[in-house]
Design a protein. Structure first.
Ligand code: SF4
Length: 493
């Protein structure tokens, strides 16, 4: 996938003007958010589980080499094969070689963000192999030739009318020519089309939610069961997973699973939780004859031991983006690469470079909700701040911003000068806006006042008000806000 993260601001303008997208994003606020809150409230030990999940991942990251070796040995002891991919190009080459060795013409895939990360579908198509996404959301965006806009709900930006249109355009060749209106009919039709694809597939490719070092198992969770058909019907099953997906034991995996579904969709458990350990064995009724696990680094090991190591705890639940006011306003495509929202704002610069993705860590109000809901307690705001520092140090931010920050830093280090300037500015701005209670224009802040007014300051700083009046009976600014509300009412707004 070609990254457009450097065009974040243009992407945002496009997203804000997209009425369909805005309507779709409202579904997140009314769906995922209250469901997660209810699921967390219903489990008294939820907060303890979050601590345990964080500690499990920290332990693994502290001993990554040991657990990787242990996992690889366990996979091979059970008849599977492990392949090591240092880069995205290595992973594509390994998977293409495996597909060609199996004379693959059709490959079924279950939803996997890491295959998006390495742009696997493009590589397969160029090699004359047809990849078929089997997760319904992924299938929809594959037909639309778009990337996912959410890590657990890839087609959340699509309306049902848009989906009906896509099906009408693409399903005619399977004899399906009716324009559908009901989501249940669309699901049925997609199922009928995909069923034959499952039977035709020579290879099945999945990701993995977790890799269990003690048994060499992979764990997959879905709500559609599509991963189970993808991995069990073809002769060859290829798993692509990042090296950070490891957990030491099955017991640890069960802790992770208890926080994953609750944080992602508000379910106690996903509808299908599948453990796969090696290929089909004698006496097994089904399963692949070959089981390959491709372990992808692609910049992850470079994060270990740095201020971004905590990001490797991520279990891709999507809770941070569901609760992010920025994601909730602009959607996932604006972020311009595979991983959107707060987790993308930290991970994307680490994987494709802060030069390409420097805008993303700035796409945050620092409200902190992402960290509050993250099941493995990743300090996302702290890491976004660290990327901003790097962006500043490497002179990647605009000159005006750098100059402004430089001036602010000069004053911040000199409290007397700071207080003098703050006092003068508060008095001046207070006087300028006193008559109307708001400021319609501000020098150097045209971007802000172009779309909204700024409430006029009280005319003195909080510290000055505190010193003069003792503990204020109302918060500074309340009087202005009252005036502002009154004036808005007068104008019938
Ligand atoms: S950063 Fe945390 S909340 Fe966001 S996707 Fe990863 S695990 Fe979930």
């Amino acid at each position: 996938m070609e990254a457009t993260s450097h065009r974040f601001k243009d992407n945002v303008h496009e997203a804000l003007g997209d009425a369909n997208l805005q309507a779709s994003l409202a579904k997140i606020r009314s769906g995922f958010v209250p469901k997660r809150a209810a699921a967390a409230a219903a489990l008294p030990e939820f907060e303890t589980l979050r601590d345990q999940a964080r500690d499990i991942k920290n332990h693994v990251l502290g001993h990554l080499d040991i657990y990787l070796e242990r996992f690889a040995e366990a996979v091979e002891a059970r008849g599977g094969k492990v392949h090591w991919a240092e880069t995205a190009a290595d992973a594509r080459r390994i998977i293409l070689d495996l597909a060609r060795a199996g004379n693959a013409r059709t490959i079924t895939k279950s939803k996997s963000m890491v295959t998006e990360e390495i742009a696997l579908n493009d590589a397969l198509e160029k090699a004359g192999i047809e990849p078929i996404e089997t997760d319904l959301g992924e299938y929809i965006i594959q037909l639309a030739k778009e990337p996912p806009s959410h890590i657990i709900a890839p087609a959340i930006h699509k309306t049902k009318e848009q989906v009906a249109e896509l099906f009408l355009r693409h399903h005619g060749r399977y004899g399906k020519t009716e324009r559908l209106t009901e989501p249940t009919d669309m699901v049925r039709e997609a199922r009928e089309v995909l069923r034959q694809k499952y039977l035709d597939a020579d290879v099945g490719i999945t990701g993995a939610n977790f890799l269990v070092a003690e048994t060499g198992s992979i764990i997959l969770v879905t709500n559609e069961g599509n991963a189970d058909l993808t991995l069990s019907l073809p002769k060859r099953h290829i798993v692509l997973a990042g090296i950070e997906k490891l957990v030491p034991t099955l017991e640890d995996a069960s802790t992770m699973l208890r926080v994953l579904a609750r944080s992602a969709t508000g379910q106690e458990f996903s509808s299908y939780t599948t453990l796969v350990t090696g290929p089909k064995r004698e006496g097994d009724l089904d399963g692949p004859e070959e089981f390959h696990v491709v372990l992808l680094d692609n910049g992850r090991s470079g994060m270990v031991g740095t201020e971004f190591q905590d990001m490797l705890r991520c279990i891709r639940c999507g809770a941070c983006m569901n609760h992010c006011p920025v994601y909730g306003t602009v959607g996932g495509h604006a972020y311009g690469w595979v991983y959107p929202g707060p987790m993308g704002a930290v991970l994307t610069p680490a994987l494709i470079g802060v030069e390409e993705a420097g805008h993303l860590p700035n796409a945050s109000t620092f409200c902190g909700r992402c960290e509050q809901v993250c099941p493995v307690r990743i300090p996302l705001p702290r890491m976004m701040r660290a990327w901003r520092t790097r962006e500043f140090e490497r002179h990647l931010s605009p000159a005006s911003q750098r100059w402004g920050l430089g001036v602010w830093a000069w004053f911040a280090k000199r409290p007397r000068a700071y207080r003098l300037v703050a006092r003068t500015a508060a008095a001046l701005l207070g006087r300028m806006g006193r008559s109307q209670g708001r400021l319609k224009r501000l020098p150097l802040a045209g971007g802000w006042t172009r779309v909204r007014d700024m409430p006029a300051p009280e005319g003195r700083s909080f510290v000055a008000a505190w010193k003069a009046d003792g503990r204020p009976t109302e918060a500074p600014g309340a009087a202005t806000a009252r005036r502002h509300r009154g004036s808005a009412k007068e104008q019938g707004r």
